[in-house]
Structure formats: structure tokens, C-alpha cells
Design a protein around this ligand. Sequence first.
Ligand code: FAD
Ligand code: NAP
Length: 531
Amino acid sequence: MASVFCFNNVIFRGVRNFRGNTFYAFKTVNTQIRNSSSAVNKSNNSYEYDLVVIGGGSGGLSAAKEATNLGAKVAVLDYVTPSPRGSKWGLGGTCVNVGCIPKKLMHQAALLGEAVKDAQSYGWQFPDAENISHSWDALRDAVQGHVKSVNWVTRVELRDKKVEYINGVGVFKDPFTVQTVTKQGERLLTAKYFLIAVGGRPRYPDIPGAIEYGISSDDIFSLPNEPGKTLVVGAGYIGLECAGFLRGLGYDATIMVRSVVLRGFDQQMAEVIAAEMQDKGVKFLHKCLPKAVEKLDDGKLKVTWVNAQKEEFNDVFDTVLFAIGRRALTRELDLAKAGVKVAGDGEKIDAVNEQTNVPHIYAVGDVLYKKPELTPVAIHAGRLLARRLFGDSTVNMDYENVATTVFSPLEYGCVGLSEEAATEKYGADNLEIYHGYYKPTEFFIPQRNISHCYLKVVALREGDQKVLGMHFIGPNAGEIIQGFAAAIKLNLTVQVLMNTVGIHPTIAEEFTRINVTKRSGKDPNPASCCS
Ligand code: FAD
Ligand code: NAP
């Protein structure tokens, strides 16, 4: 039953909710009154909001929207501190503004460059084929135009769903209060639950010139000038993806690798990816560390680095992009005031079922310790959490077997265990590794390189051979691996895979044709396209 009363110009609307508790929603006349109304008696469990979310990115927005669907009163704080280069963006978090979306669009731009070349061998006539060129400015503007449209749609969606969006930095004052300063002044927000969804920002190495002259993924997608000859420091997802699309757009691109390419991924697959990129013209500096970045008189950047033998080298670049991982934005939250502890790394939050050590404070997304830093992970965890808090759900997030794709020029999609991780967990003698090279039909006419089109299935050797991991390198790897991720959740076996009828002629069907095991020593190359 809802009750309504007015006190001090504040309209209180009491709503009995999902838990049988009465919550008071306030409608206020001005900020001052709203501030005082937020100082409600916490011991009576009457807070201004049911949920305050700090961070309006993938995880925070998903939780906020689901919570309001379930009747909760929700506010989302989102604020973007400009990058050292001054890049800033709107609502929606990393993925939408400086992550997955602009990255995928630039990856697509690079793929289209290849497609234009292929098209000619398929009979398309380009009257001025020799003079086809690419415009960085046009691509950047198109990408930024799309990003801004997503920002706008996100704001409208929040308004429609009655999620209050506050463009301010959230800082804990005490376990039940978050403080923020907006253009309208200071606000104190009290809530029954808080969700920390602050994500992370790129790290810079502690070397001279890195912050002054380097850029990061926060800047590349809105870079005002052409990147030109670029050094990418870091060989993780972001390093490979950025170097890959830059090379595809025609720029000279070099990746500096500290240890190995794509550490944590199946290393055989990582090596195939690196070999493919090298064939496409990306240069690799293996086992090297940057030492300094210096600006020359002509505006170019001289980078000095050392190799494993401590030998020193240098070269001159137009752009130096650091992709050496990301720092979780917890330092800024004053977590101690809320009593929330950070994990052993001093930065991330270790939470069981997204619940921190303070029971009413939760965390999702990139800020979580030892969880995949991926948008769908943040979104799914946020949605499930909201359902548990405000609905009848008891479903927890399952962080196992999360599929992912590296959008390198030839993409690499995988789900489940790498060969190394499976070997460590089960022992090599208990595994069967199926593998094979394949020939995409569409590669024949343009005579594209097929030598890196490779896939692998990691399975248990006994019985029907439960599949532990699937790895695919080739076009549209993400699209292919997604469906198999559902099959793995349903305990896919090699027997089932082999009994699945393929769709011909596709590249996904190659998973249904696997029959060569590494142990057999047989040639994993295909005999013909239709055998
Ligand atoms: P975020 O999306 O980072 O959102 C956090 C928000 O909180 C930000 O807007 C931040 O400014 C704000 N904030 C921080 N502190 C405060 C505060 N105190 N007060 C108010 N607001 C605050 N993932 C994929 O799945 N696929 C991909 O292809 C992919 N590509 C990527 C490419 C790049 C270049 C990068 C950088 C990331 C990519 N990711 C990808 C990862 C993905 O973007 C993240 O996993 C995802 O955005 C994490 O969501 P989140 O909600 O945890 O944080
Ligand atoms: P990352 O994958 O952790 O890779 C960081 C890279 O930088 C590694 O190669 C690392 O080398 C190197 N490195 C670390 N510190 C260094 C230093 N001081 N000097 C030189 N090199 C250094 O991080 P990321 O590429 O920045 O990506 C961050 C996260 O975003 C990823 O974990 C991923 O989850 C997410 N993301 C996802 C996608 C996708 O889904 N397609 C795309 C982009 C990003 P070592 O191996 O030696 O540590």
C-alpha cells in the first residue's frame, strides 16, 4: 500500500516493496531541501534511494535499469575524468565511448580495406583503383558520431526508465552515504544498497615522457591527427587490436612485447595470431621494455627501450600508445569511509557474488578482483544482482566459461580452458587435443593467406570426451565461438560435436569436422574443401 505525505516542501511517497519494507521516495523543490531530506534517519531504514550506483558504464547501467524495472528507486552517478591528453566523453562507460564499440568500428574499417582489395578479384571494378585511400578524419568523425548517438540514447533510456542520472563523482562519506558535487552544488545520497561499478582507466609506465607525450585507448578513437607511425606498448587485447586496425588502415605499427603475446591465452593460438599480424606488416619488439619518450623539435617522438640483455635501442614515432593494462578506480572512492576492503593488489574489490565485505555494498564489472574485464560479464552480473536484490531471484553470476574474442586482423575467439590451463588442471595424459587448419572458401579467389586459419578443441580423453575449451582463429571468430559457448555450458562433448551436422560452406562447420588429434601426429592440414 502506498502512503503519501508532505513535510518541509518535500513530498514523501511510501512504497511497500519487494521485501515487504516501506521505502520513501522523495519529490523535492530544490537542492538544499533534497540534501537535507537525504539525511533521513538511517536507523529506520528510510533512505533516499533503494540503490545508488557509482559508475554509469556497462555494469552499473545494467544493474540500474533492471532494478528500476523491478520497482526500485535508483540513482546513477557517472563522471569521466579527462585523460592526460584531455580526451573526455559522455555517459555509458568505457565500452561505448573508448572501448568495444569504437574499437569494433575501427577494426571493421580495417577489414573493409582488405575487402576492397578482395572485391577486385571478384570482379568489382574501381575506375581509379590505384588511388583508393583512407581518411583518418572521416573515420574518426563517423566513429565519434556513432558514439555520441549512443550517449544520447543511453540518457533517454535512463530518463524513460526513471533512473536518476547524476553527472558527478561519487565518494563515500559513510557506509550509507555517498557525496557528490554537481553543477547544482553538493549532494549527499543515502541508499539501502550501493553498487560500485567504477571500472578502470589505462595505466602509464613510470618512465620519462610517458604521460606527457604518450596516448592510450582513451585517446586513439578521437585522435585529432592521423596516428602515423605508431609504437604500441603492450601485447594484450588492446595492444593487438589497436596495432591491428592501425596497420589495416595503412599505418606503420609496431608492438612492444614485455613477456609474451596475449599472456593467459592459449599460447599456441597467440603465436598464430602474432604470426598472422607479422605477415600483415605489424612489427614486434619481443622481450623489450620502454625506457623513455622524448619529444623532438619536429614534434616526433623518440622512444628509447631496452631488451632482455639490457641493450638499448631507439626509434622515432609519430604516436606512442600505451596499452599496458588498466587501473581500477577505487582510490578515488574513499572506500575506507564505507569500510570496504580492497583485494591483495591494493586496488580491486574481491567480492563473493558481487557482495563486498560490507553487506549492503556490492561491486560489478572491471573493478572486481580476478574476474574477466569484459562488457557482457559486467552487464550480466549487474542484471543478475539487481534481480537478487529487488526480485525473487537467487541466480548468481557464473564467471566460468566466458567466451571472448580478440579483434585482431584475423580474429581469435575462445571459450573455456587453454591447452596450458587444461594440462595444469587435468594432466596432459588425461587430455585429447583436436586441431586442424582449414581453408575458408571465400579466401580462394583473392588468394588470401590461409596458413593461419586454425582451430583447436581441448577435451578430456575419457568417455565421450567432455569439451574443456574451444579456440578458433579466422574471420568472424566472435560470431562463431558465441554459439559454442552455450554448448559448452550444456557440457558439450567431442562425440556430440562430431555428430553435429555442419552448415556448408561455412567456417564454423570446421568444428564439426575435427578428427585429428595432436597425439596422433597426423597432418592437421585439410585434404580438400569438402572432404
Ligand atoms: P566502465 O564501463 O568503465 O564504466 C565505469 C564508469 O564509471 C565510467 O564512466 C567512469 O568514468 C565512471 N566512474 C568511475 N569512477 C567514478 C566515480 N567515483 N563517480 C562517478 N563515476 C565514476 N570488452 C568486451 O567485452 N569486448 C570488447 O571488444 C572490448 N573491447 C575493449 C576495448 C578497449 C580499448 C577497452 C579499453 C576495453 C574493452 N573492453 C571490451 C572491456 C570493456 O569496455 C569493459 O570490460 C567494460 O566497459 C567494464 O564495464 P564497467 O561497468 O565495469 O566499467
Ligand atoms: P592486458 O590484456 O592485461 O595486457 C597488458 C599488456 O601490457 C600485456 O602484454 C603486459 O605484458 C603489458 N604490460 C604490462 N605492464 C607493462 C609495462 N610496465 N611495460 C610494458 N608492458 C607492460 O591489458 P589491456 O590490453 O590494456 O586490456 C585491459 C582489459 O580490457 C583486458 O584484460 C580485457 O579484458 C579488456 N579488453 C577486452 C577486449 C575484447 O574483449 N576484445 C578488448 C580490449 C580490452 P605482460 O604479459 O608481460 O604482463
